[in-house]
Structures are given as C-alpha cells and as structure tokens.
Write a protein of this length. Structure first.
Length: 307
C-alpha cells in the first residue's frame, strides 16, 4: 500500500526552521504550466499511472466561479488533462490513496457543485481510468474527506467532517469492509462546520489519533481524540479553537513524537498560527514561532533546505 507521497501546496507554502543558522541557500524557480487558477480549492499529488512522475488532482472554483475537479497526467513536466469526467466541486478537499489495495491510487473528493449541492465522491482507478464507486457517503462541503486506516486492518477507511449545506455539521468514519464496501460508524464526534481533520500517532502506540478543528455550535474548537484499537476517546487539552483554518500533526522538533500546528481564525476572528509541542502523556505546550496568523488557507510541511 502506498503511504508516502511528495506533498506540494499550490496555494501557498509556509516554511519555518527551529535553527536559523542551519539555513542554506536554495533557489526557487517559477515553473510555468497551463493549469487553471483555482480558488476555494484543494490539490493532491500521486503517480496514478506508475510512470515515475507525480500526477496532479485539483478541485475548486475557476476564474468565473465554476466548480471543477480535474486530474492532470505529468508527462515529464508537461501536465495533460486526462478528461476524467469528474463532478466539478469547490469548497472541499481532494485526496489520493489506494483504498482497494490494487496497487494504484484512487481519488476521494468532497465539496459543493454548481447547484450548491454537497457531495462526497469516491473514484476507482483502473489502469489510469477513473470511475465513480457505487458507495454512497454523506455529501459535505466546507470541510475535508480523508483516507485513514483507523483500525489497523490493512484497509483504508474514510473520515469526513464538514457542512451538509443545510448548516448542519457532520463527522463520521466509513469503515472499509473490503470488496469495495463501506459501513458508516458513528463514534460520537461533534458536528463540525468549516472543519479540518488530521491524523497522527501522538502517543506512539501504533494507531492513528485524530485532531479535529472547526465551528461547533457557533464556537470554534480544536479537539484531540486518542485511538485505542479502533475506539476513540476525547483527551482534554488546552488547544486554541480555530475556524476557517487548518490543523496538522508534525514532529517539528525531531524528538520522535507528533506535535500540533494550528492556523485559522480564533473566536475574535483574528487569524492565528500556533505550534504546540508534544511533552508526552497527553500534554502539549505552546511554542512561540513568530509566524504571521492566517485563515482560509492550507499548509504543507517539507524540509526545503535538507537540514
């Protein structure tokens, strides 16, 4: 199963280092492509045809506000629309992964269409051709749908959280039963609008824990759920609540455990950017990094200077 991918965010990249004296000179060159500019969108990379080049999926609104979902094949640096005939969506997310364990990357996308109807759609990759799965999931927008093997059975499940477009939040896991079959599971997660989801093993017990942030009942929250063999328990931690933002697990200090990065609006609608160091035993301590607060954005983490 393919778990590791090179991640590049097309909207913006946030870069920081904990040791400035280790910085080395790096040159960045603008690379021109024919890819459309997108707003209210998301993107992801994967080698969908196993040719050694990372291909690109994008979703969002184009320059005239039309929702689009596209896959571009990377032909040695030239991006070609494969005309996959995917439902055009905006205000959501797009993710590649191999949910059926057949050795190629499938596609999961959520968002709202041209008629403001919300969708969560799964597309199977069969030799580079994508077809919609017969599975039915709750449609959401203003949120995320991601793949994660929450019960360590070797099958990627689907976790989604967002707005059903009736101003009702929705957070669920769809358990992958194999044979292209999913079962909805309600763990009692809160109904979240403007949701962000991230998973990581913060307690190093071998399973994926959940970080969930967004608007819950008109207030902003960031919640941590510990996963114990497929059972989730909320852990009381003092994390800033954020909306219209992004939450992410990362080991920023290279001590072997997952820390927390948050960005978005706080309760006063002030954009923030915060990092919480994992001190162990479920304790997190805020670390000042001096990065300007942002909202309505996205983050990817990478070691750009190879230190």
């Amino acid at each position: 199963m393919k778990r590791m991918k090179t991640l590049i965010n097309l909207s913006f990249i946030v870069i920081f280092t904990t040791h400035s004296f280790l910085l080395r000179s790096q040159d960045f060159v603008t690379y021109s492509t024919s890819l459309p500019g997108m707003a209210q969108g998301s993107c992801d990379w994967a080698d969908i045809d196993n040719d050694g080049y990372l291909d690109l999926a994008i979703m969002g609104a184009n320059s005239v506000g039309q929702p689009l979902t596209k896959i571009y094949r990377n032909n040695a640096g030239v991006f070609i629309d494969i005309n996959a005939n995917l439902t055009g969506l905006k205000n959501g997310s797009v993710r590649f992964s191999d949910y059926d364990n057949d050795g190629d990357y499938d596609l999961l996308v959520c968002g709202s269409d041209f008629n403001s109807k919300s969708h969560t759609l799964l597309y199977k990759n069969e030799n580079g051709s994508f077809s919609q799965s017969s599975n039915t999931f709750q449609g959401i927008c203003n949120g995320m749908a991601i793949f994660v093997d929450y019960d360590n059975d070797g099958l990627l499940d689907i976790l989604l959280s967002g707005d059903t477009l009736s101003y009702n939040g929705f957070t669920r896991i769809y358990h992958n039963l194999g044979n292209d079959t999913f079962e909805e599971v309600d763990f009692g997660f809160p109904a979240v609008i403007s949701a962000s989801l991230s998973y990581g093993d913060y307690d190093n017990d071998g399973d994926f824990d959940l970080l969930l942030s967004g608007d819950i009942g008109g207030a902003y929250y960031t919640k941590l759920y510990r996963n114990d063999m497929g059972v989730f328990t909320e852990i009381p931690v003092n994390l800033e609540g954020v909306g219209a933002g992004f939450s992410l697990w990362m080991d920023f200090d290279k001590d072997g455990d997952h820390d927390i990065l948050l960005m978005g609006n706080d309760l006063t609608l002030t954009p923030i950017f915060k990092i919480y160091r994992n001190e162990g035993s479920g304790n997190f301590q805020e670390v000042f990094v001096g990065i300007t607060g942002m909202a309505l954005g996205n983050i990817s983490i990478a070691d750009y200077n190879n230190d």
